[in-house]
Design a protein around this ligand. Structure first.
Ligand code: GLN
Length: 339
């Protein structure tokens, strides 16, 4: 009978769930940093490309899907969420890494942050350049993800994102630019840094997540339709009405400034709310919105909800998860303050 070596005994067990994206991308030449195909390289090849991972953890991979993340569906989210929960429940798994396209990485990270009942580290990671490009960033991002996933310090901090040497909260982080390797930022700053495989922490998330969340992937059978309508000064009510007609239970108003609403569509949004559609005011300002109740619009009077600092795409994730529990606008608003 084999006895494990001392290193094997000490190392954490980390599972890498691969979903595709640029971190699994391949281009025609090393000069192709922006023109390439995402979701081409399989998980075994990704792991083999970073032999140093074996010094951090006992790593194994699973190919959950192989897609560019702009095409992630609600069913994909549920499938991934359920697999993460199974792994988190198993006693021989200490941490989970998810490789992911960066376009919707912030949505998946926030979703998992809301619904995974575990304090084991869950790290979502991607890259801005494919592995075939000069100065590819995926190797180090993946190394950092496995380092954080195998560290005890990362437990109980919610779902995390390791890009560009930073450890970001999956709730706060957003893709702010699509051509630089420093693409991911949070309005409230990173939680820490990961340098040469070691994590350095500076702050903790204040919002409810994972163990402290009232949502549980195991109780979510399906996600309701929540859609986003982009707003601007001369906006018409066509999109809002069409989304409601096609079955949206809530519409995220991707508003200007403080989630402000053009007077051209206020009557339509009032009418939709009367018909039972939840109206959630968010903001599409570039560096992060901060939408307050009854500022710009009388939310109490209209029975609308505000998304506070959640951008429209994150507001959509929370609204879907929240609507699996309640359709009461006051409860929804409470959740938008707490998560
Ligand atoms: N940098 C990236 O990962 C973007 C590639 C692709 N659009 C995706 O999100 O999967």
């Amino acid at each position: 009978k084999e006895t494990p070596t001392q290193t094997e005994q000490k190392l954490a067990n980390v599972v890498i769930l691969a979903t595709g994206g640029t971190i699994a991308g391949a281009g025609a030449s090393a000069a192709n940093s922006a023109t390439y195909q995402a979701a081409k390289v399989g998980i075994e090849q990704l792991i083999a490309g970073v032999p140093e991972l074996s010094q951090l953890a006992n790593v194994r991979g699973e190919q959950v899907m192989q897609i560019a993340s702009e095409s992630i569906t609600n069913d994909n989210l549920l499938q991934l969420g359920r697999r993460v929960a199974e792994l988190a429940d198993s006693s021989d798994v200490d941490g989970i890494v998810i490789t992911h396209g960066t376009d919707t990485l912030e949505e998946t990270a926030y979703f998992l942050n809301l619904v995974e009942k575990t304090d084991k580290p869950i790290i979502v990671v991607g890259s801005m350049r494919p592995g075939t490009a000069m100065s590819a960033d995926g190797m180090l991002n993946l190394y950092n993800a496995v380092a954080v996933a195998s560290s005890k310090d990362a437990r109980g901090k919610g779902v995390l994102v390791t890009m560009n040497d930073e450890i970001q909260s999956g709730r706060d982080v957003s893709k702010m630019i699509n051509i630089k390797t420093e693409a991911f930022k949070s309005a409230w700053g990173p939680l820490g840094m990961v340098v040469e495989g070691k994590s350095y922490w500076f702050r903790l998330p204040a919002k409810r997540h994972t163990m402290d969340s009232e949502f549980d992937i195991k109780n979510i059978k399906s996600l309701p339709a929540v859609e986003i309508a982009y707003s601007y000064g001369n906006v018409s009510d066509t999109a809002y009405k069409a989304l409601a007609q096609s079955g949206a239970k809530a519409i995220i108003h991707a508003g200007t400034g403080n989630g402000s609403v053009s007077s051209r569509v206020v009557p339509a949004l009032q009418a939709l709310r009367k018909d039972g559609v939840q109206i959630i005011r968010s903001s599409h300002v570039n560096a992060g919105g901060f939408v307050l109740r009854n500022a710009e619009q009388p939310d109490d009077k209209y029975d609308w909800v505000v998304a506070h600092d959640l951008n429209p795409q994150k507001a959509r994730i929370l609204a879907m998860v929240a609507l699996t529990k309640t359709n009461d606008s006051k409860e929804l608003q409470r959740m938008f303050w707490e998560y």
